[in-house]
Structures are given as C-alpha cells and as structure tokens.
Ligand binder design. Structure first.
Ligand SMILES: Cc1ncc(COP(=O)(O)O)c(C=O)c1O
Length: 348
C-alpha cells in the first residue's frame, strides 16, 4: 500500500520519502529522542553501506581493517574495494563475536578500524572495543533492534551500517543505510552516492535508494517492534522446549546484551546431523548459517588452526526457523521437534 502510494506520486528516484526514512531510522536508534544528533544516508545495499563507511573514514591503501571471520563475504569485499588490508579475527563460541582480547592482539600501527557485526542479532559491547582507541564500524545488517546496556546497536560506534535485504529484520527489497552522529562522515557518504551535480570532478558513483523503497522501509520500521516481539516470543518457546540443562548449546549474549531474535542458533556438535534429519522429517528445514568453507580466513587461504572457535562454530551450528510470519501451527511443530531433540540428547 505504502509502496503503491509512493509510486502513484510519480516520484520514482530519490526524494522526500528517503529523507523521511533516514530521519525515522535515526529516531528509532535514539529511542525516539528527537534531539538526537544521529544522521543517516540511505543507500542501495548493506554492501554499499560498508564500502561507503570505509570511504567516509578515508580508509584505503596501507590501512588495516579488523573483521571477524564468521561473517558474510561482503565485509571482505568492501575492505578490498577500498584498497585496504583485511585482518581476520576469530570469535567467541558464546556470542559468536570477537572478544576484546582477540582484537587487541591484532592491533598494529596500521590498524584503522574494526568492524563488529553483532552476529545474528546477538549484541556485543561496542564501548569495550572503542576503548582500544580504534575506529569502530557497527555492521548492523542482522542486529537492528538489539540492545546493549539499554542502547540500540548502531549508536555507540563511530559509524553504523544497515542492510534491508529481503531476509533481514526489516526490508526494502535491496537497500541499506549509513548512520553516524558525525555529520562530516554522513555528508561524505551522501556526496559519494550521487555522481551528478558536484562542483569539482572526482570519481563518485550511484548508490542511491529510491522513494518507493523508502516507503516500504518506513512501513517496515513501524512494524519492527512487533517483528522483534514475535521473534522473542518464539525464542522463549524454543528455549523452554530445550530446558535449562541444554542452554549451553545456545548462542547467547555476553553481559547486559539483549538479542533481537534474528536467529535461533544451536551448537549441536555430534548431534548436528541427527538434529537436521529429525527436523526435516517433520517438514522443518534448518540451515547451517555459515559453513567452514565460507569463513573469511578460508577465503584468504589462512590456516584454519589459527581460527579454532570460528571453525568449531561453523561446523557445529544449526539455525532453526524464526521469522515474524511463522504460523502458530508451524511454531508448535518446531517446538515439538526441539522437544524430541532434547529428549534424544538427554537419553544419550
Ligand atoms: C553482517 C552483514 N553485513 C553485510 C551484509 C550485506 O548486505 P547486502 O546483502 O544488503 O549487501 C550482510 C548480508 O547478508 C550481512 O549479513
């Protein structure tokens, strides 16, 4: 409805709805505080947002950017496309994010920035990483709505990026956003996104979002708290089915973090293949979200033995269906499957 109304205005490119979406996302991140200093620049994808965040921070040749290995290859691509060198980090097998210790060991004189992904919507303590004295980019592609110490992720780093791809918490089809309270950084992103109309020539590009995408983004943002509530209600029911004894299998936040329910991921180890089959027999497809071959250190031919936790998480983790449009019947089927899984593990 919002999209067809936007199209009926005949404004097909970037226009007033994009600005409205940028402001609305910033207000959301600032817990509805209209006095916030956050600014947003809507872009064409989460990948573009990462690339543009690096550009805005003037990261390039000779600079090192720290990225977790258990992440989408989009991170690696963005680092390479600005000509910087990716330095790959292992992760903790509790929250699937790097630890401060892992990061501090890799900092050199050439380190310019760290990317944190708040993996699968499980937030990490951005401020603890900022204390290391490096720039922090929060890649919130999966984690919008997750909180750490009551603050939304995407507020505490130097700059944050978002993806609105179809499988994310909210969608505009393809799309993304760069957000920061540093106006200079956001203006650099805006400038780079539009190759037309500059007073002096230097290479820029077209990474813009359209108004009808922004119309969808605005209506999705209105529904975000409902989406999160549904995901967290499913999380609670899945956890109850597993029982406390099996809670060690869950990916969980470390410290005062509140996940957004983007995934329900279990580290199943030797039970993984059985679990996959048990669920499939009930008509429930689970996925292995990142398999070992996709780990970023493997893309760079680095030794798997230097990334033991990520290797183990990638080989042993299964993600169970969790999304806002799950019907009650589907949820009950998943809960039954998890109960059976728990019984089969407990009886061993
Ligand atoms: C953590 C992370 N960053 C970046 C991206 C890239 O986003 P997009 O697909 O919108 O380019 C993704 C997409 O899956 C992602 O999960």
């Amino acid at each position: 409805m919002a999209v067809s109304e936007a199209i009926s205005t005949k404004w097909l490119t970037q226009g007033p709805l994009v600005s409205k979406f940028e402001d609305a996302l910033c207000r959301y991140l600032a817990n509805n505080n209209r006095e916030n200093h956050l600014r947003g620049a809507a872009v064409s994808s989460g990948s573009a947002a990462l690339f543009l965040a690096f550009k805005a921070l003037e990261i390039g040749n000779g600079d090192e950017v720290l990225v977790p290995t258990y992440a989408c290859s989009s991170l690696l691509n963005a680092v390479h496309l600005v000509g910087a060198t990716p330095i790959i980090l292992d992760i903790s097998d509790t929250d699937f994010n790097p630890t401060v210790d892992m990061v501090s060991k890799k900092i050199t004189d050439n380190t310019r920035a760290l990317v944190l992904t708040h993996t699968f919507g499980v937030p990490t303590d951005t401020m603890a990483f900022k204390e290391l004295g490096i720039r922090v980019i929060e890649d919130c592609a999966q984690s919008i709505g997750a909180k750490y110490r009551g603050e939304n992720v995407g507020r505490l780093g130097d700059i944050a990026t978002f993806s609105f791809f179809a499988t994310k918490m909210i969608t505009t089809g393809h799309g993304g956003m760069v957000v920061s309270d540093d106006t200079t950084l956001v203006e650099r992103v805006r400038d780079y996104c539009n190759y037309d109309g500059g007073k002096e020539y230097y290479p820029r590009f077209n990474f813009q979002m359209t108004d009808f995408q922004a119309a969808l983004g605005l209506s999705q943002l209105d529904r975000l708290s409902g989406f999160i509530a549904k995901r967290l209600s499913c999380t609670g029911r899945y956890e109850s089915a597993l029982g406390e004894k099996n809670s060690f299998m869950r990916q969980t936040a470390v410290g005062p973090g509140l996940a957004n329910g983007y995934r329900f991921a279990l580290k199943l180890g030797s039970n993984l293949a059985n679990a996959e089959k048990l669920m499939l027999d009930k008509g429930i497809t689970c996925i292995r979200p990142i398999i070992p071959e996709e780990l970023l250190h493997r893309c760079l031919d680095l030794s798997p033995s230097d990334f033991p936790c990520a290797e183990s998480v990638a080989a042993n983790t299964l993600s169970f269906p969790i999304f806002p449009s799950l019907s009650e019947d589907q949820i009950i089927r998943i809960v039954d499957g998890l109960t059976e899984l728990k019984d089969s593990i407990d009886s061993k």
